[in-house]
Design a protein. Structure first.
Length: 499
């Protein structure tokens, strides 16, 4: 089936035993009206408040999601703007005045098994055996709008897979795939298990109205933010050992370049605008010392830097840059890996010309737009770095001796939000999350005293975890260099051995 961005991406809540639980799509903003005249069971003429937004062959549900009498029907025939619609399949229940009528896009769920996480999937046997009949879609489990979520129990022939994923379908179009879940069921640190512990603590349950799975996912992500932005009782912003990441392959040194975008890192930095969250940086096997951004500015004082404005090819005798007003009227410049010579500088067109077509001083390869161009600098082997505005800067542009070396960075990364409750948190103490989430639940119920008690309990436990965590905060004068098992004194720019 074709893929479509119209249908929501499904979320598997859990796989417990052989039963999959799949969250309903969020239909909050879908086209909605209300019943205008009570509809008897088996009725085919539906009167609503306003039928705007509904058309022939549209599917809709009558009732609230999770109500046992909620059912799906489709529009039979053209809709004339007003209050009336004819429905094809007769209803099993009566529906009172003011009951919601919501147009739906997703109708069924196709379930796939896979051998590996993210691997190609096979439509599982029992779903594959389902054929279209009446309102049933072929090869799909119908969304159980009358339940809190859709459940499907795998039969013995379906359980030969290590992972499962699902897609929503309308019978013609499929949604993007959900996250994969392991056949062993939800992990103890999954959002699903955390939420269930909180629901038990607060004596609450999902009703798809006041408490929804989407709201619970927000609470889990709020908890992660609470932890990663925690300020201790001593007034110190806490950095955690679980936030440490190492990247040794993403950033490659380029000849005559001193600026490297940190967006190339696999995991986003917690502090992308400063060197606060960087534990160590190496270029190849050599350690780089940190410097302030002001020192970087001083090092490059008087050095001319611009970039290629129009792509230049090998053997071109001129090159157009962003700006040449600061460049000498003739001389030498570094362009990418080339050291070119030129005899004329036309500032009005930002063009250096008189470049040899070949040999010494020529352009030897294509130099694309935004290639860095220097004058008045001597590329070399960097010994220092700084971080500013999402970029890593070195104290000198890299020369040919270190070109293609990898920057090896240990840093604090930004903990990603969970996209589904089946995902796991990287926070190493998920057992305390239930108190925060239960506090939020109690607050939403209006139980202020219980909410405050639970949130205070969470904060006390979080403070204890902060004291147990041995990672020193990154803005202190000394911090551990995990690559050398030494302590850095950034103020004195030296290293001290740790006994």
């Amino acid at each position: 089936m074709p893929n479509s961005k119209v249908l929501a991406t499904p979320k598997i809540l859990s796989l417990v035993g052989s039963t999959l639980r799949i969250a309903h799509p969020d239909i909050t903003d879908y086209t909605r009206t209300r019943v205008g005249t009570a509809l008897a069971a088996a009725g085919t003429t539906l009167t609503v408040i306003d039928n705007k937004g509904f058309a022939d062959n549209d599917w809709m549900i009558l009732g609230e999601v999770g109500d046992p009498k909620t059912e799906d029907v489709d529009v039979n025939g053209a809709v004339t703007r007003g209050t009336s619609m004819t429905i094809t399949n007769t209803t099993k229940f009566g529906h009172e005045i003011d009951a919601p009528v919501t147009r739906i896009l997703e109708r069924g769920i196709a379930i796939y098994g896979a051998a590996t996480d993210g691997g190609s999937g096979t439509l599982i046997a029992s779903v594959d055996a389902i054929t279209a009949s009446g309102t049933q879609l072929a090869n799909a489990v119908m969304i159980q709008w009358n339940q809190a979520h859709t459940e499907y129990t795998l039969i013995s022939t379906d359980t030969a897979y290590a992972f499962y994923y699902v897609v929503f379908t309308d019978g013609t179009t499929d949604s993007p795939a959900s996250d994969y879940v392991a056949s062993t069921g939800p992990a103890y640190n999954s959002g699903y298990e955390i939420v269930n512990a909180a629901l038990r603590e607060a004596d609450a349950e999902i009703d798809n109205s006041f408490f929804t799975w989407e709201l619970m996912l927000d609470y889990v992500n709020d908890w992660q933010d609470e932890v990663t932005h925690y300020v201790t009782q001593d007034g110190v912003s806490k950095d955690w050992a679980f936030e440490i990441a190492e990247n040794t392959t993403s950033l490659t040194a380029t000849q005559n370049t001193e600026k490297y975008a940190l967006s190339g890192l696999t995991l986003e930095m917690k502090y992308p605008d400063s060197k606060q969250g960087v534990l160590s940086v190496k270029l190849g096997a050599n350690h780089l010392w940190s410097m302030d951004y002001d020192e970087y500015i001083d090092l490059y004082d008087g050095i001319k830097r611009t970039e290629v404005a129009t792509e230049a090819s090998a053997a071109d005798t001129s090159i157009v840059l962003d700006d040449t007003y600061e460049f000498a009227e003739s001389g030498t410049a570094y362009v990418g890996a080339d050291t070119i010579t030129y005899t004329a500088n036309t500032e009005s067109t930002a063009t250096l010309s008189g470049i040899p077509a070949s040999g010494t001083g020529s352009i030897t390869a294509t130099r694309v737009v935004d290639t860095v161009v220097w004058q008045g600098v001597s590329p070399g082997k960097p010994s220092k770095y700084t971080i500013f505005n999402g970029n890593l800067y070195t104290d000198v542009p890299c020369n040919s001796n270190v070109a293609n070396f990898k920057f090896k960075i240990q840093y604090l990364y930004k903990v990603a939000r969970l996209a589904a409750l089946s995902e796991v948190t990287v926070i190493t103490f998920p057992h305390i999350a239930k108190y925060y989430i239960a506090g939020r639940i109690e607050s939403r119920k209006g139980n202020t005293e219980n909410a405050q008690r639970l949130l205070a309990q969470h904060r006390a436990m979080l403070e204890m975890e902060a004291r147990k965590d041995r990672l020193q905060v990154m803005d202190q004068t000394q911090y551990y260099d995990f690559s050398t098992h030494s302590v850095r004194d950034s103020a004195a720019n030296r290293r001290l051995r740790v006994d």
